[in-house]
Design a protein around this ligand. Structure first.
Ligand code: FMN
Length: 181
């Protein structure tokens, strides 16, 4: 069974995109894909240069490294992704290498945060992660999910999520097969 981690990028008070992270948590649990979720710390230096990293940082690094794949849920802030997400991408290095990553973008407007994709993909490419060619944009997030991550239209949302997560699973399988050769 693959192990998928979910990164909830927003640390904003009253954040709405977290609803989508909670939805994915439920989704992968319902579909028997193990999961964990994490809110990352702010760092002063990259992990590999920290003389005595905190237990929280080490736990985060271990979780990313041991995950077979990652779902990043990110809001759009002024056309880009939040500083909190860049912070955690830059914190690690080889932990990201060849890590299959699926990106879900979120906004409270009509466009689902899709302007984030190119800049985030470039950063992840630069750090040698594998971004999965699938999208899960969420427009009008507060109308689409409740506070507990329940989709208002569960059937339609689950169908979209299946396409999105299946693409991630394909990449996870491909990575595993290559690692075994
Ligand atoms: C600093 C900031 C900048 C934003 N910029 C955009 C934007 O460029 N495009 C957009 O569609 N929504 C933008 N929004 C609205 C967010 O999409 C909306 O607030 C969303 O709920 C943010 O996710 P969060 O609640 O998890 O922080 C912005 C929100 C904030 C707080």
């Amino acid at each position: 069974m693959p192990h998928i981690s979910i990164l909830s990028s927003s640390v904003r008070t009253g954040r709405h995109s977290h609803r989508v992270s909670l939805y994915f948590k439920k989704y992968v649990e319902e579909n028997k894909l193990a999961t964990n979720e994490y809110q990352f710390p702010v760092f002063n230096e990259r992990l590999k240069f920290q003389p005595s990293p905190s237990a929280q940082v080490m736990e985060f690094a271990t979780k990313i490294k041991s995950s077979d794949g990652v779902i990043i849920v990110t809001p759009e802030y002024n056309g880009g992704y939040p500083a909190s997400l860049k912070n955690v991408v830059d914190l690690l290095y080889e932990e990201w290498h060849r890590k299959p990553i699926a990106i879900s973008t979120v906004s409270d407007g009509s466009f689902g945060g899709t302007q984030v994709i190119t800049s985030l993909q470039f950063t992840l490419w630069k750090i040698r992660a594998w971004t999965v060619p699938a999208m899960f944009p969420v427009p009008k997030v507060a109308e689409a999910f409740d506070e507990n991550g329940n989709a208002i239209d569960k059937v339609r949302t689950d169908k979209r999520a299946a396409t999105f997560v299946n693409e991630l699973l394909w990449c996870i399988e491909a990575t595993k097969r290559m690692s075994n050769t």
